[in-house]
Ligand binder design. Structure first.
Ligand SMILES: CC(C)(COP(=O)(O)OP(=O)(O)OC[C@H]1O[C@@H](n2cnc3c(N)ncnc32)[C@H](O)[C@@H]1OP(=O)(O)O)[C@@H](O)C(=O)NCCC(=O)NCCSC(=O)/C=C1/CC=CC=CO1
Length: 263
């Protein structure tokens, strides 16, 4: 299988999927999202793959929905690109959660919006000490999607989720660790080796046991996931029809502060 927006590599039982649009901070467009699904589904089917690593190339892990793609539709049908992206991205999250083997996020760089949702949907997260995390959706006039409210509410707690929604701070890796958003922080030059060691340890583990335990954890904590994705789909589409979203897009691309009007 050949890909355009991801790199897919395999070392023994470890598959690595690298989001590869570095010029756009690995922002999510349709083709990147569909390729993530194809690669994840392939990993799910291949019994020789026992661990999946998700990472990004260049300076970002993933900056969320591609604002330059959203902007092409601004004006007449502002919710159209959001609508089109939601299905493939929701399938990415479901593919990660339903993968009967561990999925390890190796967070090499900046994380924003739906990129945060993707990282948080993985089973384990190792993070470079240089990484910044930003909720980002509400600063763009959108609303969280791709399970963000569920992941953040569960991992960081209700109070921190509110802080992120209403204040949208940029957190560093140490703060992310303190909020349970990542499992380990390492220096940037140690990330690849640490990821390799974790992946090899997981690949040597009892894969069937992991699969059953993961299904149990999904059932205990995530039975609401599909309904949650539906609620967030409606929410982000509603926000995408607002004037504030148009303003958020223009402001981000012009590198200025948005002037939101609440409509
Ligand atoms: C906090 C950041 C992620 C990183 O900050 P920083 O390191 O300072 O980097 P920047 O200078 O801001 O950005 C570097 C270049 O990358 C471009 N870029 C960054 N993010 C995006 C993006 N999401 N889409 C397109 N391009 C992006 C940025 O313009 C710079 O390019 P130039 O060098 O040419 O100027 C920070 O980058 C940041 O906050 N990014 C935006 C995060 C964001 O708003 N993401 C979208 C949120 S909404 C979302 O994810 C939504 C949906 C909705 C619908 C369906 C599906 C998915 O998601």
């Amino acid at each position: 299988m050949s890909f355009k927006d991801i790199l897919f590599t395999r070392q023994d039982a470890v598959a690595t999927i690298t989001m590869n649009r570095p010029a756009n901070f690995n922002a999510l467009n349709l083709s990147l999202s569909e390729e993530l699904n194809a690669a994840l589904e392939m990993c799910g089917r291949d019994h020789e793959i026992r661990v999946v690593v998700l990472t990004g190339s260049g300076k970002a892990f993933c900056s969320g929905g591609d604002i330059k793609y959203f902007e092409q539709f601004a004006g007449s049908q502002p919710d159209e690109p959001v609508y089109r992206l939601l299905d493939p991205l929701h399938r990415v999250v479901l593919n990660i959660r339903q993968m009967p083997k561990p999925v390890l996020a190796s967070i090499n760089g900046a994380v924003g919006g739906a990129g945060m949702s993707l990282a948080l949907s993985c089973d384990l997260r190792i993070c470079s000490s240089q990484v910044k995390f930003k909720q980002a959706y509400t600063s763009l006039g959108l609303a969280p999607d791709v399970g963000w409210c569920l992941w953040t509410g569960l991992l960081a707690g209700f109070s921190k989720a509110c802080e992120m929604i209403f204040l949208d701070p940029v957190y560093d890796a140490g703060q992310a660790m303190a909020m349970n958003l990542v499992h380990k922080v390492v220096e940037p030059e140690a990330l690849a080796e640490e990821t390799r060691q974790w992946a090899e340890r997981l690949a040597a583990g009892a894969t069937r046991s992991y699969a059953v335990a993961k299904a149990g954890l999904n059932h205990a904590l995530l039975t609401l996931l599909e309904r949650q994705l539906e609620v967030e789909r409606q929410g982000v589409l509603e926000a995408a029809r607002s004037g504030d979203y148009q303003e958020g897009l223009s402001a981000f691309l012009a590198k200025r502060k948005p002037a939101f009007k609440g409509v």
